[in-house]
Structures are given as C-alpha cells and as structure tokens.
Design a protein around this ligand. Structure first.
Ligand SMILES: [Zn+2]
Length: 317
C-alpha cells in the first residue's frame, strides 16, 4: 500500500488540483462549505462572503471590531480554580492550562474599556474557544469586575455572550455564578446605566438562564443559537416536533425574546446609536412634523367669562 499513499495519491491529487492548503490562508465556511481567503474573511469581519454566515470569533477580535482603536484590556482578578479536583479522562487542571495557553486568557471572558464611535463603554466578551465559553468562578469574577468598572466610569455595560452554559467541572461553584452575574448586571442598572447584551452563536444553558436575559436591550447576531436546553432534549421531553428555526435569533425576535437581530458589520454603529439614545436623551423633531399639543384645549377658554389667563389654564376635570 505504501507506493499508493506515497507516490500515486499525491500524483492524483496534483492532477485533480486538490492540493492541501495551509489552514491559515484559506478558511472553509461551516455553513456553505465554500473556501474564503483569510484576508477577505478578515475584511468581512469573519462573516462568510458567500452565504453571510456569522462565524464564531475570539473575544479579542470582538473587542477590535466593537471598540475604537486605543481601547484598554482590563487585568482580571484571579479566582481559585478546580475546587473539586475534578477529572474525567483527563485532569480538569490540565484542560484549563491548555485552554489558557491556547487563548492567552485566564478564563473565558475578556473585559475592556474604551469608546464606541466616541462614546464611552465597558465591554465584556465571551471566548467560546475557552472550554466552550463555560461559566466558571473566573467568568463570574470577570463579569462582576466589568459591572463595577461600568459603574465607576459611568459607562454602559455591553456583554457579548457565546457560551455552552455552566462549567460542569466546577460543579455547584459554577452554578453560583448565575445569581452572581445577575447581581452584577443589577448593580449597573441601579446606577442608572444601560446593560446591553449581544448574543452570539451559541448562547445556551446557565448564561441564557441568568444575566443574558436580563439586559435592557437584547441583540443577537443573525442565525445565532440561543436557548436553555438543546432542541433534541426538548423534543424528547414534550414529544412534539419543534418548528423550523427553533432557538435561532430570527425565531426569537419574532416571538419577543430579542429586541433586534443585527449583522456584525452594523453592530458597532448600532451600539453607538443605542448608547446615544439611552445616554443623551435629546429629542429632535423634524421641521415638517407638527409640534405635539402639550395642553388639552379647555372648554372654559371658549366662553370668555373672565379675561384672566390663569382661569383658562385651570384643569377642570
Ligand atoms: Zn458560507
């Protein structure tokens, strides 16, 4: 068989033009399977140039695409990991180290502050590549830090979610991050600051069941999977066939779970616009529109009994 794999197969591959291409030059779209050149993909913000599929992106890219240049990444407090000394096929501590080395992050959330089209904001972004963006005490700590920073800087908090849910290797400690992150977002709201959640593909489990559904504004990227339990589990439980597009962003928008579905290329502008609307509430009416009537015409004004202006303005009913 050796001569086939070593001599004949490469010959056939060359003849067919199916040369192995390095991973870093060409990317295959997971939706339409078309190949995209890395520079084109980068220019399109990792959205497929053929079918518009929004690919999963690292947290660092998210910051780069959202914030103005010159933003600052925040160093996050370290939290004790592996309280259960968990191991499955491998030690959890080993998996954690590997994820840290691969991503250059301590845990699955990155926090940065800066401006979006000149408007101040604190942004937290989940890294799905870090153990499926699962929620650990480190993630809880990151979100609490982001919330505190937003309050301190009098800036809105924007969280980009992409998570499989709680980190099972940390057991109950991981579940405790659900109320913790809820309190964190509440803290921002109590300071009168907006909390904007942008759900990327996928946002599921404990993240959906906690702070991700408690923002002031809920945005999602097109076709993002958003839900608590998986569709198959639900189908088996309710014994019904689920509708087309169930748990996808567009379906959730139609059913009132989301406020808007925004393409990645328009996200920055939309966020800046929302911050302006929520933080600088100046209502400018176009010239053509009639001015709103502030006082209802009083029936007393029609009968000129007393010419004093105070009598006309007196509320009767
Ligand atoms: Zn595609």
């Amino acid at each position: 068989m050796n001569w086939i794999s070593e001599w004949a197969l490469p010959k056939i591959q060359t003849w067919l033009g199916r040369k192995e291409v390095p991973d870093n030059l060409w990317h295959k779209c997971p939706a339409c399977e078309q190949m995209i050149f890395h520079r084109d993909l980068e220019r399109a913000l990792h959205v497929c140039t053929h079918c518009g599929h929004h690919m999963r992106i690292p947290a660092a890219k998210r910051m780069e695409y959202t914030l103005d240049p010159g933003f600052q990444r925040i160093e996050l407090p370290k939290s004790p990991a592996d309280p259960l000394r968990f191991r499955d096929q491998r030690k959890y501590a080993e998996r954690l180290k590997e994820a840290q080395a691969k991503s250059g992050m301590d845990d699955a959330v990155m926090v940065a502050h800066g401006t979006i089209e000149g408007r101040r904001a604190v942004v937290a972004a989940f890294e799905f590549g870090f153990m499926g963006g699962s929620m650990s005490p480190g993630v809880g700590e990151a979100l609490v830090t982001a919330a505190k920073l937003a309050v301190l800087q009098d800036a809105p908090l924007i969280v980009f979610t992409a998570s499989g849910g709680a980190r099972m290797q940390e057991g109950a400690v991981s579940l405790m991050q659900m109320p913790r992150t809820v309190i964190a977002t509440q803290m921002v709201k109590e300071a009168g600051l907006p909390v904007i959640i942008v759900m990327a593909d996928p946002t599921t489990g404990g993240v959906t069941a906690s702070f991700a559904m408690l923002g002031d504004i809920h945005i999602a990227e097109p076709k993002a999977l958003i839900g608590f339990a998986g569709a198959r589990v639900i189908e088996q439980t309710v014994r019904e066939t689920l509708p087309e597009g169930f748990q996808r962003a567009e379906y959730l928008l139609e059913h009132g779970i989301l406020d808007m579905v925004v393409k990645r290329g328009e996200m920055r502008e939309r966020l800046a616009h929302l911050i302006a609307l929520l933080r600088e509430p100046v209502l400018v009416l176009p010239e053509a529109e009639p001015r709103p009537v502030l006082e209802a015409p009083s029936p007393v004004a029609e009968a000129p009994v007393v010419p004093a202006p105070a009598a006309a303005a007196r509320p009767e009913a």
